[in-house]
Design a protein around this ligand. Sequence first.
Ligand code: ZN
Length: 240
Amino acid sequence: MIAVISDIHGNLEALEAVLEDARRERADGVICLGDVVGYGADPNACMDKVWERAQAKVLGNHDAAARDLREAENFNEVAREAIRWTSETLNAVNVERLGDLQYEHVEDATRFVHASPDDPPAWHYILTEQEAWNAFEACPENVCFVGHSHVPLRVVLRDGRLLVLTDEILTVRDEDRALINVGSVGQPRDGDWRASYALWDPARRRAIARRVEYDLEQASRKILEAGLPEILARRLAIGQ
Ligand code: ZN
């Protein structure tokens, strides 16, 4: 069983809580869907931890912007300020690590990508039915894990119909195709402040949605102490 994590965004407290939860749940691997940095106060420590624990990781749009600020042109002002701070804060080892990341990873007939598999460098969100169809069309594998929106979502293509499933446990049938957004470890935006990730059992084709409490106060305090925009600390508490 593997832990699929995404959008850590420099939140070390949330990352450590998630990795501890995954260990307790007996996950024996970790795959990271990107955006390890940006927004939070611990980009280096988060990267070190992910590089130590994850067998595979892909590039997120904030990772791309941290290694080349021209990629931040479409960011809003707060995100741009945070990524500027992040790129100044990252050490040489981590800048080089970001340079090695690819857009996608395929393992056990499953695709792992930060945004939609439909043109990954374009960073498309999957929020509408049409965008879900586009994603299925672009993905040759039956199961695809994504992040990017910071909102967990499970869409299954079954008997020609798209179904949004909200149960904690999703069993992907042989004839199903599934698109699984694991939500965000470090900055959830679905109104629930707890860190979000998924466990994936490739043998039983079972995905389990997990929410984990972490030291919110400490993560928020570090953001303020780093001189990052105050809103980035405040939004953590409301999960937005
Ligand atoms: Zn993100």
